[in-house]
Write a protein that binds this ligand. Structure first.
Ligand SMILES: [Zn+2]
Length: 240
């Protein structure tokens, strides 16, 4: 193999490695995305449980308050039955009872509203917990599948990397240096096959001198504009 043929092989391995790394990234993304969804769902559930606690607390306070008002009314009504009460005291007691009774509808309404909220939230949380259990199991499944896939991809990677490294031992010339530098800077494909005098990477129409140098020699030339390696695969004696 010539130095240039070697480089083409090395690029083939490097592009395979790129593909493997992209697959690994996609696998890792799958777990990340699903984990973040599951976390959001359980955060939401925790918020609702917190809200349920607050409403239950408020509901108990309302119940206590309502009991207290009813107790006060009962006591005052008992007092009203006392004989020998002065008309003034009677009047003020009656007024107090009136005021207390006026408070009851609002308290009862709030209590009813909270009872409905509690009922809804309890149902919601119950369903949410069931869904959350399922989602967590699903996440475990995905994690296992991703782990299996990553192990397989790692094996592929090791194999391709070994082959690539073996090949690179025999490629220590100028071309290899340029290739490695290009790969570091640009990623992906850095050697382009051409059979027309233009650069597929940047679109530059190539000067005739560049093409004629490549013809016959099999050597790569750097694009004068973007620096990518160009490999002539067109007819060898064509006039450009
Ligand atoms: Zn170019």
């Amino acid at each position: 193999m010539t130095e240039w043929e070697n480089l083409l092989e090395i690029q083939k391995f490097d592009l395979e490695l790129d593909e493997i790394h992209a697959k690994m990234a996609r696998e890792n993304d799958r777990t990340k995305k699903f984990s973040s969804e599951v976390r959001k769902e359980s955060d939401l559930l925790a918020q609702q449980e917190e809200m349920l606690k607050k409403i239950n607390l408020r509901k108990r306070k309302l119940e206590t308050e309502l009991n207290e008002v009813n107790d006060k009314i009962r006591v005052s009504e008992m007092k009203l039955k006392n004989p020998g009460m002065s008309p003034n005291v009677y009047m003020s007691l009656s007024k107090e009872i009136e005021t207390l009774k006026g408070k009851i509808p609002a308290l009862e309404n709030s209590l009813l509203e909270d009872m409905e909220k509690v009922e809804k939230l309890e149902k919601y949380i119950e369903t949410g917990k069931k869904v959350s259990e399922g989602r967590k199991k699903q996440l475990e499944d995905i994690k296992n599948k991703v782990s299996v896939a990553l192990t397989g991809l790692k094996k592929d990677e090791d194999l391709v990397r070994t082959q690539r490294n073996q090949l690179s031992f025999t490629s220590k010339g100028y071309g290899y240096e340029v290739y490695e530098k290009l790969r570091l800077e640009r990623k992906g494909r850095v050697i382009f096959d051409i059979d027309k005098p233009s650069c597929p990477s940047c679109g530059l129409k190539l000067p005739g001198g560049v093409v004629s140098t490549m013809m016959g020699s099999g050597a790569f030339e750097s694009c004068p504009n973007c620096g990518m390696f160009l490999h002539w695969t067109g007819i060898a004696d064509g006039i450009v």
